[in-house]
Design a protein around this ligand. Structure first.
Ligand SMILES: Cc1cc2nc3c(=O)[nH]c(=O)nc-3n(C[C@H](O)[C@H](O)[C@H](O)COP(=O)(O)OP(=O)(O)OC[C@H]3O[C@@H](n4cnc5c(N)ncnc54)[C@H](O)[C@@H]3O)c2cc1C
Length: 418
């Protein structure tokens, strides 16, 4: 690398995906010698690790392996109540009783796995990844990126504290990515017209380490089991209905929530403040250009009804690290377009397929009241009665189906094809 550059790789955005990407890079077989700088405008509060995050994510087995490879898992598992394992998923439509033949249950035991994954606070995950990046020798700068200038031999990154030059810039700066805009990589966007309400709730009955999900006909309610005994809710609803619920007093909100859950865990009582996120689908048709790549929400946002956003982003991060590692090993420049195109070929199709699947789930399972919707809802029961289909679904839930980066595959070998 030339001396005029301040670093080899600059990552813009230190959310869970950007931070994990940095932590993987500083530990890669051939990337470990590269100078990696991460630029984040808003570092998480050190105290947020205690498990009080309202925004949680369900980490798949694939994501667990990526966190381990990145050196972030020990910090998560060392603190009490940060990781909440879940062993079952129970899904049912509003037209069926919670435990009727139309419901679908997956159990980790079917694949001889100890659990299906872990619920973890978004900030705890981000903090553990940032710490792993620092511990591995990466540099973290608290600054906002305003613009990029693509020069002949580097990218100049304009920040609130001056400029720096890198051989490759990676946009991990979320749905409103500055990197995506500055690199001229457009997006296709679809507003679902929905809000996702998140909060923690106390449950009258034990959650039995099960992730409960009910398709409501007017959205979706997920009850994610926390180690504290409470559940974290993600309640996706049309905007006007969600705003009306947010305006209710806690007791009235709790009563509506209990009704929406069909009483599956008895009475639910609000145990935290409520927060709401607008839901949209975002999809960049092109993820890369010379010296620039997008990962995570900067490249794609999917409906959260199956909790796949971070899981897809972590797979992007691990796949991109495999491509860069292979490039460095063979003497190619990490920012060369042909190197970055391998990453795009690997991940774009998978992410688009998941975005489309979430669209269809939202249209026909969460909202569908027409003939197709009724068929889809009945289909849950059919899946439950077909062992091979159940197995395919559990493998998908674990995130271990398809082409895997080295951090995820059991052999430690990447599925990367050149
Ligand atoms: C209601 C809801 C529930 C969800 N539930 C789940 C779930 O159960 N499971 C799951 O996998 N996913 C879930 N998701 C999706 C998940 O939260 C996102 O996919 C995930 O946060 C994306 O991570 P990221 O690191 O790509 O982006 P972000 O988390 O958005 O991080 C981007 C980072 O970039 C920084 N940044 C932005 N611009 C700049 C700039 N100009 N300069 C410097 N820094 C910048 C930001 O401060 C931020 O830290 C859910 C989403 C919603 C809305």
């Amino acid at each position: 690398m030339t001396a005029a550059r301040d670093c080899d790789i600059a990552i813009v955005g230190g959310g869970p995906v950007g931070a994990m990407l940095g932590a993987l890079l500083v530990r890669g077989s051939h990337t470990a010698g590269l100078r990696v700088v991460l630029l984040e405008r808003e570092l998480p509060n050190e105290h947020a690790r205690g498990g009080a995050d309202l925004r949680v994510v369900a980490l798949s087995r694939a994501s667990e392996r990526i966190c381990r490879a990145a050196g972030a898992w020990s910090a998560l598992s060392a603190a009490p109540d940060v990781l909440s394992p879940y062993e079952r998923m129970h899904v049912w439509p509003a037209s069926e009783p919670a435990h009727g033949t139309g419901a679908l249950t997956f159990d980790a035991g079917e694949l001889a796995e100890p659990n299906l994954g872990y619920i973890v606070g978004n900030t705890a995950l981000q903090s553990a990844a940032l710490e792993a990046l620092r511990a591995g020798g990466g540099e973290l700068r608290a600054t906002r990126v305003d613009d990029l200038v693509f020069e002949a031999d580097a990218v100049r990154i304009e920040t609130g504290d001056g400029a720096l030059r890198a051989a490759l810039v990676i946009g991990a700066d979320g749905g409103r990515s500055v990197v995506r805009r500055a690199a001229g990589l457009g997006t296709l966007q679809q507003d679902y017209g929905q809000l996702g309400i998140v909060a923690n709730v106390a449950c009258e009955r034990a959650h039995a380490r099960t992730a409960w999900q009910r398709f409501l006909g007017e959205g979706t309610l997920a009850l994610l089991p926390l180690a504290s005994g409470e559940c974290s809710i993600v309640w996706s609803l049309p905007k006007a209905r969600a705003e009306a619920l947010l305006a209710l007093e806690p007791a009235a909100f709790s009563a509506e929530l209990t009704a929406a859950s069909d009483g599956v865990l008895g009475a639910l009582t609000l145990a935290s403040e409520r927060r709401a996120f607008p839901l949209r689908r975002v999809h960049a048709p092109v993820y890369v250009r010379e010296r620039c790549a997008l990962v995570g929400d900067a490249a794609h946002i999917v409906h959260p009804l199956a909790g796949q956003g971070v899981n897809l982003g972590l797979l992007d991060a691990a796949a991109l690290v495999d491509c860069i590692d292979a490039a460095v090993a063979s003497g190619e420049a990490p920012g060369a377009l042909r190197v970055l195109r391998r990453y795009e070929r690997w991940r774009k199709g998978e992410n688009e397929a998941m975005g489309l699947a979430m669209d269809l789930f939202n249209r026909y399972l969460a909202f569908g009241d027409d003939a197709l919707g009724r068929i889809a809802q009945r289909g849950l029961g059919w899946v439950g009665r077909a062992p091979w289909l159940r197995r395919a679904f559990v493998e998908r839930a674990l995130g271990i189906a398809g082409e895997m980066p080295a951090a995820v595959s059991r052999s430690g070998r990447s599925s990367l094809r050149r």
